[in-house]
Structures are given as C-alpha cells and as structure tokens.
Design a binder for this molecule. Structure first.
Ligand code: 5AD
Ligand code: SF4
Length: 461
C-alpha cells in the first residue's frame, strides 16, 4: 500500500449494482470492506476514485450493458489521469466471473476484474494495482466461498430499517437455463451462529426487517450452536426470538428443497411474514423436465397447498421463463392454467435467453421471438390481473406497514405491508422505520395507497 492509500485520506467509491438482491448485499459488504481504506460511497461516477460495476449475468444483454457503462466511465478516468489523479475501474459480480478475460481484453482501462467469491481480498487487490498503478491489472475469479464469509468485516452501515442478510450462496441444482451454478459456484451455507450474530448486529444498528438471501436459500444447512446442522426453518425459529426484529423473509427457494420445518415455521413464527417467493418457471411437465427442475406442476401445487394449510393468507410469488426451447402452445397453456390455479400476488416473467455454457444453450427447437413476445404479453396480462385483484382485496382494510423509504414528494413515506406489497402514504418523517397501521384507500398492480391510522410504537409509548 503506498502513501496515497493511508486510511486517513478520504476517497470516493461509486458502486453500480445490477440484478438480484444478493448483489445489493454484496455491494453493501464491499462498501464495508473498503470503508477502513478511506473509501466513502458516492452516488456518481464522475468524480469517483474507484468505480465498481457489480454485475449480473442471469439474462442476456448483461455484458453489453456493462460495456456501455464502462464506456461512459472511461472519459472520466482519462480526464483524471490527465490531472495526475487516479481512478480505479473495476468489474465485479457474475459477468466478471463468467467473462472476466473478455472484459480485460476489450476494455484496456479496466484495472480490476473480480468474481463474487473474492470480495474479502479487495484490499490486497487494490494495494497491488495502486502500488504499481497503470502497470498491473488483476483478474480474480477464484471460488473460496467459505473463506469469503469468514473474512468479510463485520458490517457497519445499515441502510434504513430493511436489511438483507446472505445465508447461503451458490447452487447445485443445475437448471439447464441457469448460469448461477457456474458463476456463484456450488452450494455453500454459512454457520447459523455467524448469521445470528450478524442479525443481532443489524438489529442493533436499526434494522427491523431482515430478508435472508441465497440463490437457493431453502437449501440452507448451516452449523448450529449445538454442533448440529440446522435447516432454514430452525434458523428462522432462532431469528424469531431476537428482540427488536419485527419481520423475517427469505428468498429465493427451490420447490425440491422445501422442508416440513420451514413450512410449519410459517405457522409458528409470528415474525415470519406471510409471503413466499417460490419460482416454478413453467406449468408444463415436459418443459420442467427439459429445464431439469426435478418437480412436476402438480407437486409444486401440492407444495403451495401445504403452505396455505398452515398460513391461509400467504401471498404467493414466482418466476416464469417463457419460450424455453421446445415450448409448444400446449406447454404455454399449461403455464397459464397453473397461474390460474394458484392466483399470485406478484410474479416475475422473462423471455428465455440462452446463456453461454449452460446445457439449454445447445438445445434445438428454439421458439420464435414473436411467439415468445405474444406469450409473454398474455402471461403478464394475467399476472397483472391477479396482482390487481390481490391488492384490491385490501382496500378498506387496515394493514401493518413498515415505513422504510422516503419519497421525493415531501411529507410522504413508502413502505411494505406484511404481504410484501409496496405502499405509499402521507406520513411525517418521524414514522420512518416504524410499523404503522395504515388504512388502504386504493390499489393498483404494483402498489397500494393508504392513510395512517396509528403506529404500533406510538401505541406502546
Ligand atoms: N433466461 C431467462 N430467464 C432466466 N432466469 C434465469 N436464467 C434465465 C435465462 N437463461 C430467470 C429465472 C430465475 C430468475 C432469477 O431469472 O426465472 O428464477
Ligand atoms: Fe439457477 Fe435457481 Fe435453478 Fe439454482 S435453482 S440452477 S439458482 S434457477
């Protein structure tokens, strides 16, 4: 580390986060690890001393997006260099993992490329490139997941009352369309003890709502305080006992890893919110088989029925892929039928895009783009109808809202209901971070509007 890198000198750190919540979590951890080196987060890259693009590779065009963002950053780096100043440009995340060498050869001004499992090594990597600045570039796409979780610093900053907590990473499921097993590596769970410690620290720093994150979060099997392996249900039961924590959620799950203990936790744990994101991807057994999902449409429906048994008001969510290779009109109809049967509160749907290196990328029988468009449009219309119906069923009712966002409009806050709906209301700023009773006055497909009744915290006061 040279003199310019002494911790006392303040530097500006810009991180752009693409993609999933796991990346948002990683961004926060990168900020934590760089803070002791003097890097303070900034919202713009123009004057940054270090710009990191924390990328996503799940669907196509991700790499193109990264290159166009890099192109925008480049003149600022060059302008700084003309003034004798430095700007470190780095690409992190799953595009870095999958296409690191392409990035380094196409963008000569990128100093650092590092994969999702190497963030804890950031200080060393920065020391190396800033020590011999302009002479050395680094690519680091190792897979020491275990080491990463052990070595990351304890987090300092909590951004408001809602926090993410990563409990497992990677995936061993190998759905044929998905890059995750290749970019994030095989499934690895943190120890339950370190997760509970982190949760307590987050709560002490002001978090009231924690979302447990993992690419396949219900595959979680971390070592517990008794030396035994705990599943996600057991972990949630322990989190439920943390004073000051009000809400727990988890995402994203796979139907085949669902254990009884997690289902019954929805009955037993009052802090576990009535919301489940359980992607099915398709309602056709032929397509599910080709996707290597290892479950059928019926076994998925049976699973949801078990959740509804223990928590009848549970809000259900899913991901769908439309136009997977070989998808026929009948296969698509099966998906529409499944959606009709379930009645989702909210769902995400995507056109299939081939990801290099995945088995589906070599499949024949591709679905024409215009057919994909038509099907996606029909599915999204149905999902939107269901979201509106779900949200409107709350109009006239009072819901508990955790206000976790400030709106640009003065005097308004936004928050989340227990069923994970976005909601806006006129509210004084002192209610930020509090759980408040709100009477729902109107609802659309993406959000509710309401009027404050009274806050739980005010009632307790
Ligand atoms: N094409 C389209 N959608 C995909 N997803 C993952 N890989 C692909 C792909 N190759 C979707 C899945 C997954 C979500 C995170 O992204 O629906 O659940
Ligand atoms: Fe990808 Fe999820 Fe399938 Fe794992 S379970 S391979 S993360 S889609």
């Amino acid at each position: 580390m040279n003199n310019n890198d002494t911790p006392t000198q303040k530097k500006k750190l810009f991180i752009k986060t693409y993609g999933c919540q796991m990346n948002s979590y990683d961004t926060r951890r990168m900020q934590d690890i760089l803070r002791p080196l003097g890097y303070e987060p900034t919202e713009t890259y123009e004057d940054a001393d270090m710009a990191i693009l924390n990328t996503c590779h799940i669907r196509e065009k991700a790499t193109d997006k990264v290159f166009s963002d890099l192109g925008r950053i480049r003149p600022h780096k060059e302008a700084k260099e003309k003034n004798g100043e430095k700007m470190v440009v780095a690409v992190a995340g799953c595009v870095a993992q999958a296409e690191g060498d392409v990035i380094l050869s196409r963008a000569r001004y990128v100093d650092l490329v590092f994969g999702p499992q190497t963030y804890h090594q950031l200080p060393e990597m920065i020391a190396q490139i800033t020590g011999a600045y302009g002479k050395e570039r680094i690519i680091n796409t190792d897979f020491p997941a275990e080491e990463k979780f052990d070595k990351l610093p304890q987090e300092n900053g909590v951004n408001g009352p809602s926090a993410f907590l990563s409990v497992q990473e990677g995936c061993d499921k190998f759905c044929t369309f998905c890059v995750v097993p290749y970019t994030r590596g095989s499934e690895y769970s943190r120890s339950a003890v370190s997760i509970l410690d982190e949760a307590k620290r987050l709560v002490a720093a002001g978090a009231r709502d924690i979302t447990l994150l993992g690419q396949n979060v219900n595959a979680f099997h971390g070592e517990g305080s008794d030396g035994k392996t705990w599943g996600l249900g057991r972990l949630i039961r322990e989190l439920n006992d943390i004073d000051g924590l009000a809400r727990i959620r988890y995402t994203t799950s796979h139907p085949c890893d669902m254990q009884d203990d997690l289902i019954t936790a929805h009955r037993d744990c009052e802090k576990l919110m009535p919301y489940l994101h359980l992607p099915v991807q398709s309602g056709s057994d032929n397509i599910l088989k080709a996707m290597n999902r290892k479950h059928t449409a019926q076994s998925y429906l049976d699973m949801l029925a078990r959740f509804r048994d223990v928590r009848p008001d549970i809000a259900l969510s899913s991901d769908f892929i439309i136009g997977f290779p070989g998808e026929t009109d009948q296969d698509f109809e099966d998906t529409m039928n499944l959606v009709e049967k379930v009645g989702y509160s909210l769902a995400y749907s995507f056109k299939y895009s081939p990801r290099p290196g995945t088995p589906a990328a070599n499949m024949q029988n591709l679905v024409r783009e215009d057919v994909k468009d038509k099907r996606l449009h029909a599915l999204q219309a149905l999902l939107s109808e269901q979201a509106v119906a779900f949200n409107q069923s709350f109009v006239g009712k009072t819901v508990k809202v955790l206000f976790d966002g400030r709106q640009t409009k003065q005097g308004h806050l936004h928050g989340r209901t227990e069923h994970n709906q976005a909601i806006h209301a006129e509210a004084p700023d002192r209610l930020f971070g509090q759980i408040v009773d709100v009477a729902v006055t109107s609802a659309g497909n993406t959000a509710l509007h309401g009027k404050i009744v009274i806050s739980d915290d005010e009632l307790a006061a």
